[in-house]
Design a protein around this ligand. Sequence first.
Ligand SMILES: Nc1ncnc2c1ncn2[C@@H]1O[C@H](COP(=O)(O)OP(=O)(O)OP(=O)(O)O)[C@@H](O)[C@H]1O
Ligand SMILES: [Mg+2]
Length: 249
Amino acid sequence: MKRSVLDISSLYVDVQAKQILKGVDLHIGEGEVHVLFGPNGSGKSTLLSTIMQLPGFEITKGIIEFMGESINTKKTDEIARSGVALSFQHPPAINGVTLSKFLYKINKSEDLEEEIRELDLEDFLDRDINTGFSGGELKRAEILKLYAQNPQLALIDEPESGVDLENITIIAKAINRILQYDESSNSRKKSALIITHTGHVLDYINADVGHIIINGRIISSGDPIEMMKEIKKDGFSGIMKRLNGQKET
Ligand SMILES: Nc1ncnc2c1ncn2[C@@H]1O[C@H](COP(=O)(O)OP(=O)(O)OP(=O)(O)O)[C@@H](O)[C@H]1O
Ligand SMILES: [Mg+2]
């Protein structure tokens, strides 16, 4: 049986005293990639922020376990050190800290040098993190930081938003390297939860399970490619209607 990496049970989360997540259950095993779909404001980024225990996200009920251990009361840096990393939807700029300073603090391997070249970020090493970066540069830098952290569980929030098609390919390939996807054995060691609106990354990354979150609840789980097709065809509202119809009959 696959080792369990992330176990979220009946999770309720408040942001600014408003309930955003309303009973989320999610289980990710070793080597599994899950994709999260959902309309704007449904709670996708909130879920990732809560797993990292970023300030402002209050768990009012439920448990989050990483590698079999509760992280409910852990601090963000402990969670990061234990092997969870987040690539932000809107990466914050950090004035006064250069990209190279950040990277080399956490990873000094030759592989990292190679990855910097793959992501075409050699010219950005001496710049302050994310300061004045374009949309595509921001996302490439986020993925590079994720690579440097070498996480067991990668939380990736909209890696392709604001990125042109060529750069999406570059980013998706980097994600596959982070997940240590070995094409010869068709297996993966690392796990991930990826948020996507366009589904472009699914052209490159073999995802195992897709979930649709609406209004703070996962309403459906299944094959991610099929799910993406349904979303494109019927929209989230159409899927909602069908599921509600099924309940009534
Ligand atoms: N710091 C905050 N203060 C107030 N409300 C917040 C805060 N963070 C999130 N919210 C609210 O929580 C809800 C869920 O937001 P979240 O960012 O999780 O949505 P999302 O599913 O990631 O949407 P998108 O697809 O637009 O990125 C939204 O209504 C948002 O306004
Ligand atoms: Mg979001």
